[in-house]
Design a protein around this ligand. Structure first.
Ligand code: ME8
Length: 510
């Protein structure tokens, strides 16, 4: 039994959750569910990033204090994740006192170790990114992502001596070839370090909305500098009853590709400076694009993309929570960019869910009802379907372990296809009892049982429903997977329910 600590980025609460943030969160959730199912000790952390200039400005614009504003907006994430059946173990808000304690303890350690000093910062800043740009990296003085003019900033700040960590970071990358996956993203981070690192300003005197700097009451920490530390807050860093040794550094951060530099350069250097081993794995996801543009809350404020049209709640109402989760996991390999479209989700729904999975379950239940008096028979030990089932089990398991939900689901759908083909071949609907009907139906039921186990991290609600219809007790997600995800365990002699179609077809115009 292993340990699995997975985190999502903590999301800015300046606007509502959307399909882009749901994408990372659903992937993290499915991975956490997989690991719980195999019996790993699992901790899944998500939460909200509530400090920074952007938040203070949004609060003022709406007539609230920053704290009132974040209290109002953070709850939308809790609600969205509840709707999407996100099984997080902890939800962190960076305005919580536990976070202040961890940030101050961690950064005091870096300060005491001599990696923080005072200097004057002058540069170009994008409030939407909460990030600096050099003139060369800008688009004629505008942000290359948000296309808004950058703000000139000049103030006396505390700086982190990032430049001192170039060699140690390169060494760390060499010793941990899988630190960042996929490899293309690892190479991107590595080249960034190779290109030379500059020290970074980590505090602000111009705003008060942030975690106070313990050794300077005129300054608060820069939002990114407090945000990254949330991963340690949740395991109690700085508290007497901490769980750091239990979970760290063998943890996994799932992040979008635009925040690689923070997680793959700054964060490991910050850990080194504090005397802590850096996290061992950062899994990067690509962007969901709509018409080629990144889907983001900040851009919606520009009016470029109507995110209200593609809010997770609207999609869940239209397609169902689990079909939405399935689409997000299945359509795009984690790490690649993907195009989000209503046509795409409708096609996945109709093909994979209605035609393949839904139809398989409906036809099996119909034959059991008509020809087996509604009682599911037991499978055969040496069924010709067995090799396909075993291949799917091992490829799906391997893919889940490698952070590849798309491949895991492909392997699962291979088994659905093989089972449908097996039924076509034997045509049990034409058989009379005594002609091997029970054997064919028992095999199909066992294959469906295995499919149900394999889809449960992606579609937990649907999986529970299929399980119940098959007449099985307990849950498809019961750990350990290895004990019951083997061929031949469908008990036989249990009632199979016909039930309404699991996935009624959608009109292809959405
Ligand atoms: O960056 N496609 O928060 P954020 C895929 N607070 N993923 C997307 C996406 C899209 N179109 N849009 C957003 C922040 N995401 C910081 C993080 S962590 C210490 C601090 C996902 O609210 C993706 O995971 O802007 C991305 O990294 C994250 O949302 C950014 O969320």
């Amino acid at each position: 039994m292993g340990r699995f600590y997975i985190t999502t980025p903590i999301y800015y609460v300046n606007d509502a959750p959307h399909v882009g943030t749901a994408y990372t969160t659903v992937n993290a959730d499915a991975l956490a569910r997989w690991h719980r199912m195999v019996g790993d000790e699992t901790k899944f952390l998500t939460g909200t990033d509530e400090h920074g200039q952007k938040m203070a400005e949004a609060a003022a614009k709406n007539g609230f204090s920053p704290k009132e504003w974040t209290d109002r907006t953070a709850v939308r994430f809790v609600e969205a994740w509840e709707l999407l059946n996100i099984s997080y173990d902890d939800f962190i808000r960076t305005t919580e006192s536990r976070h202040y304690l961890t940030v101050q303890t961690f950064l005091s350690a870096i300060y005491e170790n001599g990696f923080i000093y005072k200097d004057v910062y002058k540069g170009l800043y994008c409030v939407s990114c909460e990030d600096y740009y050099t003139l060369e990296a800008s688009e004629n003085g505008s942000c290359p992502i948000h296309h808004r003019p950058l703000t000139e900033m000049e103030e006396e700040n505390w700086f982190f001596r990032l430049s001192a960590f170039e060699d140690r970071l390169l060494e760390f990358y060499a010793d941990h070839p899988d630190f960042v996956t996929p490899e293309t993203k690892r190479n991107e981070a590595y080249s960034f370090i190779k290109g030379g690192l500059r020290d970074i300003s980590i505090t602000r005197s111009s705003i008060t909305w942030g975690v106070p700097v313990p050794w300077d009451d005129q300054q608060v920490f820069y939002v990114w500098y407090d945000a990254l530390i949330n991963y340690l807050t949740a395991i109690g860093y700085g508290r007497a009853d901490d769980e750091v040794e239990f979970w760290w550094p063998y943890s996994h951060h799932l992040i979008g590709k635009e925040i690689i530099r923070f997680h793959c350069v700054w964060w490991p250097a910050m850990c080194m400076a504090a005397g802590l081993e850096p996290v061992h794995h950062v899994q990067v996801n690509g962007w969901l694009l709509v018409g080629g543009e990144k889907l983001s809350k900040t851009m919606a404020a520009d009016g470029n993309i109507r995110l209200s049209d593609i809010a997770p709640a609207d999609l869940a109402n239209e397609f169902g929570v689990d079909p939405l989760r399935y689409y997000l996991l299945r359509e795009t390999a984690l790490g690649n960019d993907g195009e989000f479209s209503l046509e795409g989700i409708t096609a996945r729904y109709n093909t994979d869910l209605a035609n393949n999975l839904g139809n398989l379950i409906a036809r099996v239940a119909a034959v059991v009802d008509a020809k087996c008096a509604g009682v599911g028979p037991a499978p055969q030990r040496d069924s010709t379907l067995r090799p396909a089932a075993e291949a799917a089990l091992s490829s799906a398991a391997e893919a889940w372990e490698l952070f590849a939900p798309q491949r895991a689901l492909e392997a699962t759908w291979d088994l659905i296809g093989a089972t449908n083909a097996y039924l076509e071949l034997h045509a049990p609907w034409k058989m009379d009892p005594g002609e091997g009907l029970d054997a064919v139906m028992g095999d199909a039921l066992d294959a469906i049982r295995l499919v149900t186990i394999l889809v449960s991290p992606a579609m937990p609600g649907v999986a529970e429903e299929i399980w119940r219809r098959l007449g099985l007790t307990g849950s498809p997600a019961t750990a350990p997977f290895a004990a019951h995800a083997t061929w031949g365990q469908y008990p036989g002699g249990v009632p199979v329910e016909k039930g309404a179609p699991l996935f009624p077809r959608m009109k292809s115009d959405g």
